[in-house]
Design a protein around this ligand. Structure first.
Ligand code: 5GP
Ligand code: MN
Ligand code: MN
Length: 475
């Protein structure tokens, strides 16, 4: 597979346009990562390059692995005026899945003596697991207000602080959400799921900052070696999944109606300016608000636990970034400013210094780019660069990326053993599902150190800090 690629530099590989491709496909990663990527990634990235109205290139980040239609770790931008499309599979089923990181103001020594207590208290108060329900019940009016208001709505309801909002993409509220485009079924699924973590790879993790790569930026972010932070990874729960499922079907019909030749059925899409395209964007933006509200409520629950167990903790929000979205953004393409619909599926937005959409706090550093690793390896904080705006529509990796299917992982590990082995290393896991833990075993993921190094060297984002897990609440 790598033989089909032209190597541009040590971290950049290009598939020049083949039959039907409007633009090249570009893969980022060192040679070992690109060699190890499943063949499907290249095939999928090439197929995305065949969709109408795609601009510049179809990208795969260093953590890319195959997904539904689009690779996970894929980035693609479309021009509405050039017949560009929007695709539910290009956003992903867990719309606006993302990570937020909270600074505790505590060092390891403060947490170590109460570690099991903290783990148990978090596990008791954070609803987690497949189909878990929270304490919040929304009626139809409340649900619509949430879908329009996002984290701003959550703060108005008393979950969190107004100052959190400056530290969330879109200031906590995605414009253009249209709850009327979200089906009754999708809303029904979400009624009891606000403030829940969900299952699988979603987590709430207490982490220690074990290494700083850029002291100036770390200081500006408020992090130093030995600090303890809390990271929360989850998305729009049942609502986002239902929206993805329903619009995929509508897009299959729309693609046919508009005569879009799909290289793969899973790439179902609709012209941005079509009715289905616009309806999906309205529904997807509502799902973004759902995810932002959900992470905001989980933050509030986390603060309540810390207030009891470790009252000295602060829990200031560093930032909240999503990695499954389609956003209308301005980008420089061949010297020309263009407004494009940027799909990031398992890719983190990574705006560099002085980007107008960033809060003043990040004007000099670029935005924090929050990367999960696994419950037994490092996670990372990176920062956006100006260069990534020219390399990948300002996007970077979103995690380590799976190297093994969930099914294969459950045949390779047993959840109980994974938990015991991690406990020996001082990492406490709390999860309702042994099977889930086996599926998420650290060995089922790529080498996160290599992935973030490649992201840094390729220029997609800059390494700022390394985090190691201490406590992980896992779906
Ligand atoms: P995804 O958004 O694709 O579901 O997952 C994002 C990334 O989270 C994965 O690629 C993986 O590297 C990371 N991840 C999965 N489980 C855990 C966990 O328990 N802890 C941490 N820190 N990262 C995880
Ligand atoms: Mn998710
Ligand atoms: Mn995610």
């Amino acid at each position: 597979n790598i033989d089909r690629l032209e190597q541009i530099d040590a971290y950049t590989w290009r598939l020049n346009p083949e039959t039907g491709m409007h633009v090249p496909a570009i893969l980022y990663g060192d040679e070992a990562l690109v060699r190890a990527m499943d063949d499907k990634v290249l095939e999928q990235a090439a197929n995305v390059a065949r969709l109408p109205g795609i601009v510049q290139a179809s990208y795969a980040m260093p953590d890319a692995h195959w997904g539904y239609g689009f690779p996970i770790g894929g980035v693609a931008a479309f021009d509405a005026g050039a017949g560009g499309v929007v695709s539910a599979g290009g956003v992903g089923f867990d719309v606006s899945c993302g990570v937020r990181t909270l600074l505790t103001g505590l060092k390891r020594a403060a947490i170590e003596p109460v570690k099991p207590l903290l783990a148990d208290a978090l596990y008791a108060d954070i609803p987690v697991g497949l189909g878990s329900h929270g304490k919040i019940r929304l009626d139809a009016k409340g649900l619509d207000a949430m879908l329009k208001g996002g984290a701003q709505w959550a703060v108005e309801q008393g979950w969190g602080e107004a100052r959190d909002l400056a530290r969330i993409e879109e200031h906590g509220r995605m414009e253009g959400a249209r709850p009327e485009n979200v089906s009754a079924r999708a809303k029904e699924r979400q009624r009891a799921e606000m403030g829940t973590l969900g299952s699988g790879n979603h987590y709430l993790e207490v982490q220690e900052v074990t290494e700083i790569f850029d002291a100036g930026t770390a200081q500006s972010f408020g992090i130093a070696e030995g600090d303890m932070v809390v990271s929360i990874h989850c998305g729009s729960r049942g609502l986002g999944h239902q929206i993805g499922t329903e619009y995929l079907r509508l897009m299959q019909a729309a693609a046919k109606q508009y005569g879009i030749a799909l290289p793969d059925r899973e790439l179902a899409c609709a012209p941005i300016e079509s009715e289905v395209g616009q309806d999906y964007l309205g529904a997807m933006r509502a799902a973004i608000n759902c995810a932002l509200a959900n992470r905001q409520i989980l933050t509030h629950l986390t603060r309540q636990v810390f207030a009891r167990v470790l009252p000295a903790a602060r829990l200031e929000l560093l930032y909240d970034v999503s990695h499954n979205t389609c956003k209308f953004e301005e980008h420089l393409v061949d010297g020309e400013r263009r407004r494009l619909y940027v799909h990031r599926k398992g890719a983190t937005r990574a705006f560099g210094p002085n980007h107008p959409d960033l809060p003043a706090a990040f004007a000099e550093t670029g935005q924090p780019v929050l990367i999960g690793g696994s419950m037994g390896t490092a996670s990372y904080i990176l920062a956006g660069t100006s260069r990534s705006e020219t390399l990948s529509f300002a996007s970077a990796c979103h995690g380590a990326g799976r190297s093994m299917s969930r099914h294969q992982a459950t045949r390779t590990w047993q959840g109980r053993q994974v938990i015991d082995q991690l406990a020996e290393r001082g990492i406490l896991i709390r999860s309702p599902s042994y099977r889930g833990v086996a599926e998420e075993a650290p060995g089922a993921y790529k080498d996160v150190d290599a992935v973030v190094r490649a992201s840094d060297r390729a220029g997609l984002a800059r390494l700022i800090a390394r985090l190691e897990p201490i406590v992980c609440i896992k779906g």
